[in-house]
Write a new protein. Structure first.
Length: 218
């Protein structure tokens, strides 16, 4: 059970300090948005390069951008341990996944709530992580969409059927109220933004979420 807090709802002027508040995190989730693929603009490669120099935590980059083939390799080259791109945006997803793996990063594939699992099924053997968005992409602090849980269960069945080693990551609305349902559906990696960084003690919340997830798995 991996907890990867998202910095989307942190103070961007103090990112290094914000990351230091969650020492128990398994990785730091970084949402890169271009105001084209999604209606929001966040941070890009220069900030990720700076964060790589500021922390030893694994960086989990989620690209909500157009033309990921052009930009994604740069994040792997900058030292991100995981780079996830969207099936809805990629023109050559297999080639990109192989390129990311060749650069030493985990290759992640994300899809929006309205996208069917069948869109990613042929690509599972080429990737390391499936990111299931449980909100519409673009903004943090949204309400969790339970309608995606059957998709998580379907993905887990496909992974088990082919004996693949793939992480199933939930992103959006993950909290103490929803994380157990995500685990029961088959997720094992969780992006929590506002639930963590709006807590009085962000690191305690990371530990609490992990404990709930591990309890639900048992």
């Amino acid at each position: 059970m991996r907890i990867t807090p998202s910095i989307l709802n942190t103070d961007f002027a103090r990112l290094g300090e914000e990351i230091a508040r969650v020492p128990s995190a398994d990785a730091i989730h970084i949402d890169v948005m271009d105001n084209h693929f999604v209606p929001n603009l966040t941070i890009g490669l220069p900030v990720v390069e700076s964060l790589r120099a500021a922390t030893g935590k694994p960086l989990d980059v989620h690209l909500m951008i157009e033309a990921p083939e052009r930009w994604a390799p740069g994040y792997a080259e900058a030292g991100a341990e995981s780079v996830t791109f969207h099936i809805e945006a990629a023109q050559a997803p297999i080639r990109l996944a192989r390129q990311l793996r060749g650069l030493g990063a985990r290759a992640g594939l994300a899809f929006n709530p309205a996208t069917p699992v069948s869109a990613i099924t042929p690509l599972l053997s080429e990737i390391d992580t499936v990111l299931v968005l449980s909100v519409e992409p673009g903004f943090g602090a949204q309400t969790f969409l339970d309608l995606v849980l059957p998709k998580v269960a379907e993905i887990r069945r496909l992974i088990a059927a082919d004996d693949l080693d793939i992480w199933v990551q939930m992103d959006g609305g993950v909290s103490v109220e929803t994380i157990e349902r995500c685990v029961e559906a088959g997720a094992d990696t969780f992006v929590a933004g506002s639930a963590v960084f709006r807590a009085d003690d962000p690191d305690q919340m990371v530990r609490r979420l992990r404990a709930l997830a591990e309890g639900a798995r048992k």
